[in-house]
Design a protein around this ligand. Structure first.
Ligand SMILES: NC(=O)c1ccc[n+]([C@@H]2O[C@H](COP(=O)([O-])OP(=O)(O)OC[C@H]3O[C@@H](n4cnc5c(N)ncnc54)[C@H](OP(=O)(O)O)[C@@H]3O)[C@@H](O)[C@H]2O)c1
Length: 317
């Protein structure tokens, strides 16, 4: 496995407060509250089914207040048992924000599943970009590196494969979003030895159900889901709509939780990565996959039940 033992100095502080705040004040998840995990196909490792995105939300530059806020979000994420954080050289200062948070919280290397991306079409630029990315995070190596948006994938994917072969990387992947270039992704999935793909999937963007997710299951490829809330558009549109009765069947206390339960209940999905600037939202998102109390129904929907949830969300818009 990758990397150094801890990141920097400091302590794991649970910041922010209300709503979903009260259950998690300790620095580590309690065993009874461990979130739902799913195995990475073809690997002994499993991951919590909710991770943390960083596009836009963590691009806060050097502003100390905003940096502290992101650190608080990360603290709440780890305290709830979260592991995967996803970033990219495309996301402005987000990588450095993650590095700041990991150091401030003195997170143990084994606690975080570090997922980043290679985003270049420069034939010789990959190694330098990965080195800079690692420096921003403050770690020696990543768990997962993905070819961002499959950019120049014919040249960049072998760079990542080479790193994996040398033991400098655990997993390799490719990404897309917004339903783009699924045909190409399907071809690569059937041809190349991929560990992970990353795609957009939510109750309104379901194209991957037809071809991409079945191929992932068939080929033992782990699946990360980006844009679970359509960049926040979906949760904003539902904000004032009453939660449907079906939400109770799965212990969903908010639209966000119902959406996340819909997503992670697909058997091909390994991990969804909602991004947020808010401590209460990260707790709410992690609570969607965590047994908070004995009364809470944490059953996940299956088959027709999943369609009923998608329909209920469509009807509420
Ligand atoms: N091609 C690619 O590789 C690619 C493309 C797109 C995204 N990604 C990755 O996927 C991650 C997620 O996608 P995204 O950031 O585009 O969109 P997203 O996660 O669908 O939406 C983020 C928005 O959702 C809101 N939100 C989060 N939790 C909420 C909750 N519990 N209730 C209400 N609103 C909530 C956030 O607002 P608040 O701040 O107010 O909580 C934020 O504005 C990215 O950050 C990135 O890491 C990768």
């Amino acid at each position: 496995m990758a990397g150094a033992a801890t990141f920097g100095v400091g302590s794991l502080i649970a910041g922010g407060l209300p709503a979903f705040a009260q259950a998690e004040q300790s620095t580590q998840p309690q065993p009874a509250n461990l979130p739902l995990h799913r195995k990475i196909p073809g690997s002994e490792k499993s991951l919590p089914t909710i991770g943390l995105g960083s596009w836009i939300t963590f691009n806060v530059g050097h502003d100390p207040v905003l940096l502290q806020n992101c650190t608080d979000v990360m603290a709440a994420f780890f305290a709830a048992g979260g592991q995967m954080i996803d970033s990219s050289p495309m996301y402005g200062s987000s990588q450095a924000t993650i590095g700041h948070g990991l150091a401030a919280l003195e997170v143990e290397r084994s606690t975080v599943f570090a997922a980043d991306k290679l985003w270049t079409s420069d034939e010789t630029g990959g190694a330098a970009q990965i080195a800079e990315t690692a420096q921003n995070w403050g770690l020696r190596q990543f768990d997962l590196l993905q070819v961002h948006n499959m950019l120049d994938w014919e040249n960049q994917f072998p760079v990542l494969q080479g790193m994996k072969a040398q033991g400098a990387l655990d997993y390799v992947g490719i990404t897309t979003s917004h339903g783009r270039r699924h045909e190409l992704m399907a071809v690569i999935m059937q041809r190349e030895p991929l560990d992970f793909i990353q795609v957009t999937y939510n109750p309104l963007d379901r194209d991957v159900e037809n071809r991409i997710l079945p191929i992932a299951q068939d080929r033992n490829i782990a699946v990360i889901i980006n844009r679970p809330f359509q960049g926040g558009q979906l949760t904003r549109a539902l904000r004032n709509a009453p939660l449907p009765g079906i939400a109770q069947d799965y212990g969903a206390q908010s639209w966000a939780q119902l959406i996340l339960k819909y997503i992670v209940s697909h058997p091909a999905v390994t991990c969804a990565i909602p991004a947020t600037t808010r401590v209460d939202h990260v707790r709410e998102n992690m609570a969607a996959i965590s047994p908070i109390s004995d009364e809470m129904n944490t059953r996940l929907p299956e088959g027709k039940e999943r369609h009923a949830i998608a329909n209920a969300i469509g009807d509420a818009l």
